[in-house]
Write a protein that binds this ligand. Structure first.
Ligand SMILES: Cc1ncc(COP(=O)(O)O)c(C=O)c1O
Length: 349
C-alpha cells in the first residue's frame, strides 16, 4: 500500500493566510462559505498512528444549512451575470433536497420567485423549510421518485420556457466551480497546505470534482476519494449509487484516485457515534463520509485527511435515521471501528 511522505507540518508558500470567520454581512449571500474545520478526535482516539489526523468541514454552518449554498449561489450569480436570470423570471428546479432549500433561500434574498418540483413523499422538514422561504412546491407522483420530478419539471418549462431559469446542478459547470473557488481554497488555508487526502460523498459530484481539482492544482500528491452508497436501494440522502444512476455530466470519475462504497447501516451507525461521542449531529451522508475517512486514515502512516460533512442532522428527525438514533449505545462503536480497520486494508492510500 502506498503511503504519503508529506508531513502534517508542511506549510508551503501562499498557504499561510489565516481563516477569518465572517463577523458581519450585508446579506445572506455574504454568509455562505468560510465554514469551520472540526478535528475528529474522540471516535478516532487510539486508532490512528500519531502523525494521522482527520478533519471534517462542517457545511451545516452555511446559512441554508448545507454545502449546497455554495453551488446554488454560484449558479444564480452566473445566471444573473449572463442575463439568463432577469427580473420577472422564476427560478425552477426539480429537487427535494439541500439544493432546493438553498435556491429557496437565495430566491427570497434576491427577490426572485422559486418553484421546486418534488415527489410528494419528500420529508416533512424539507417541505416546511422550503415553504418557509416563500417558495412554491409542485408535487410529482411519489411512485416515480426523483425521475418523476425531473420529467414534470421539464414539462412545466416546455409549456412556458421564457418564464423560467433552471440552474440544473447536474450539468452546470458552475457547481464544481463554486467548490474550486471556495471549498478548495478554504481547506488549503485551514490545513496550511498540509491536506493529503480529500474525501467527499457523491451526489452531483460537484463537491469532489471542484474541491479535488483545486487541491490537486496546489499539490498534485493530494489523493481525492469519492464516497457512494454500496447499493442502489439506499438510505443515504444526497448521495448517488453511480452504477445504477444517470451519471451527472459534471462528474468525471477518472479524476478520482479511489472510490469507497459505504452501507446505509454503517453510515447511520457513524451518525449516531458522531452525535453521542463527538457531540456533532450530522446527516446520513456525513456518516458515510466519516466511515470512508476512517478507512483511509487507518491505513496511513502519516497524513491529514479532510472530509466534508454536508449538513447537520436536525432535518432528518422525521426519517428512518431517527429510529436507530433512539436505541443506539456506545458499545456498538467498537464493532463499526473493527469493520473500518479490516476494510482499510483494501483502500488505496
Ligand atoms: C446531504 C448531502 N450530502 C452530499 C451531497 C453530495 O454533494 P454533491 O452534489 O456536491 O456531490 C448532497 C448533495 O445534494 C447532499 O444534499
Amino acid at each position: 500500500m502506498a503511503t504519503t511522505s508529506q508531513s502534517f507540518q508542511r506549510s508551503p508558500e501562499g498557504a499561510n493566510s489565516e481563516f477569518v470567520p465572517v463577523a458581519r454581512a450585508e446579506n445572506v449571500m455574504g454568509l455562505i462559505g468560510n465554514t469551520p474545520l472540526l478535528e475528529i478526535t474522540k471516535i478516532t482516539a487510539g486508532l490512528l498512528r500519531p502523525g494521522v489526523r482527520i478533519f471534517a468541514k462542517l457545511e451545516g454552518f452555511n446559512p441554508g444549512g448545507s454545502v449546497k449554498d455554495r453551488p446554488a449561489l454560484k449558479m444564480i450569480m452566473e445566471g444573473l451575470r449572463k442575463g439568463e436570470l432577469v427580473p420577472g423570471k422564476t427560478i425552477i428546479d426539480s429537487t427535494s433536497g439541500n439544493t432546493g432549500i438553498a435556491l429557496a433561500m437565495l430566491g427570497a434574498a434576491l427577490g426572485f420567485p422559486v418553484e421546486l418540483v418534488m415527489a410528494a413523499n419528500a420529508s416533512r422538514e424539507r417541505k416546511k423549510i422550503i415553504q418557509a422561504f416563500g417558495a412554491k412546491i409542485i408535487y410529482s407522483d411519489p411512485l416515480e421518485g426523483s425521475d418523476g420530478a425531473i420529467l414534470l419539471c421539464r414539462k412545466i418549462i416546455e409549456r412556458n420556457p421564457e418564464r423560467y431559469f433552471k440552474p440544473d446542478q447536474y450539468a452546470n459547470e458552475n457547481n464544481p466551480l463554486a467548490h474550486f473557488e471556495t471549498t478548495g481554497p478554504e481547506i488549503w488555508r485551514q490545513t496550511k497546505g498540509a491536506v493529503t487526502h480529500f474525501i467527499a460523498g457523491l451526489g452531483t459530484g460537484g463537491t469532489v470534482m471542484g474541491t479535488g481539482r483545486y487541491l490537486k492544482m496546489r499539490n498534485p500528491a493530494v489523493k481525492v476519494i469519492g464516497v457512494e452508497p454500496d447499493d442502489a436501494m439506499h438510505g443515504l440522502e444526497g448521495l448517488k449509487h453511480m452504477a445504477s444512476s444517470i451519471v451527472p455530466p459534471i462528474y468525471h470519475e477518472e479524476e478520482l484516485d479511489d472510490k469507497i462504497q459505504v452501507s446505509t447501516e454503517d453510515a447511520y451507525e457513524m451518525v449516531y457515534a458522531l452525535g453521542q461521542i463527538e457531540g456533532v449531529l450530522v446527516g446520513q451522508s456525513s456518516g458515510a463520509a466519516m466511515v470512508a475517512a476512517l478507512k483511509v486514515a487507518r491505513g496511513l502512516r502519516e497524513g491529514c485527511v479532510v472530509t466534508i460533512f454536508p449538513d447537520f442532522g436536525e432535518k432528518y428527525l422525521s426519517t428512518n435515521l431517527w429510529i436507530g438514533w433512539k436505541s443506539w449505545t456506545r458499545d456498538r462503536l467498537s464493532h463499526l471501528l473493527a469493520k473500518c480497520k479490516t476494510e482499510s486494508e483494501s483502500v488505496i492510500t
